[in-house]
Design a protein around this ligand. Structure first.
Ligand code: ATP
Length: 135
C-alpha cells in the first residue's frame, strides 16, 4: 500500500465538484487518510510547485491556486500514486481521455481540477508539506 497527495484545486471547489471527484477516488478503492480545505498563499504555492516556479506558465498557475479554497487530501491504496494519475487523466484536460476526471469534467490546461503526486519522492515531500502532523 502507498500514499499520495491530491489537491482538488479552486476550480473544483467553485464548480461544486468536490463530492464527485472524491467519490471517484473512493469508488476506485482508495482510502482518505487525511483531508483539509484551506486557502493557500503564494509562499505555499511556491513550495508546492517548487519544480515549476521558473516556468512561463507558473505566474498564472500561482494566481489560480491561491484564488480560493482548495481541498488537500492524502489517499492510500495499492499503487496509489499511479492510480490517482490514471484517474486524473492528462494534464491538458482537452486531451484527457473520457472516463478520467479531467477528461470528463474539465476543458482547460491550467484549471484542470486536480493534482496528484508524480513519484514516491514527490508524494513524501508533498505529504510532509501539506500534513506535517500526519504520522
Ligand atoms: P499536477 O502536478 O497538478 O498533478 P500534472 O503533473 O499533470 O499536474 P504538471 O506538468 O506538473 O502537470 O503541471 C502542474 C500544473 O501546472 C498543471 O496541473 C496545470 O494546472 C499547470 N500547467 C502545466 N502546464 C501548463 C501549461 N502549459 N499551461 C498552463 N498551465 C499549465
Amino acid at each position: 500500500s502507498e500514499r499520495t497527495l491530491v489537491l482538488l484545486k479552486p476550480d473544483a471547489v467553485r464548480r461544486g465538484l468536490v463530492g464527485e471527484i472524491l467519490s471517484r477516488y473512493e469508488r476506485k478503492g482508495l482510502s482518505i487518510v487525511a483531508m483539509e480545505m484551506r486557502t493557500i498563499d503564494g509562499a505555499m504555492a511556491d513550495q508546492h510547485y517548487a519544480e515549476h516556479v521558473d516556468k512561463p506558465f507558473y505566474p498564472p498557475l500561482r494566481e489560480f491556486v491561491t484564488s480560493g479554497p482548495l481541498v488537500a487530501a492524502v489517499l492510500e491504496g495499492d499503487d496509489a500514486i499511479e492510480v490517482v494519475r490514471l484517474l486524473n487523466g492528462a494534464t491538458d484536460a482537452r486531451k484527457a481521455a473520457a472516463g478520467t476526471i479531467r477528461g470528463d469534467l474539465a476543458l482547460s490546461n491550467r484549471e484542470n481540477l486536480v493534482h496528484g503526486s508524480d513519484s514516491p519522492e514527490a508524494a513524501k515531500r508533498e505529504i510532509a508539506l501539506w500534513f506535517p502532523n500526519l504520522h
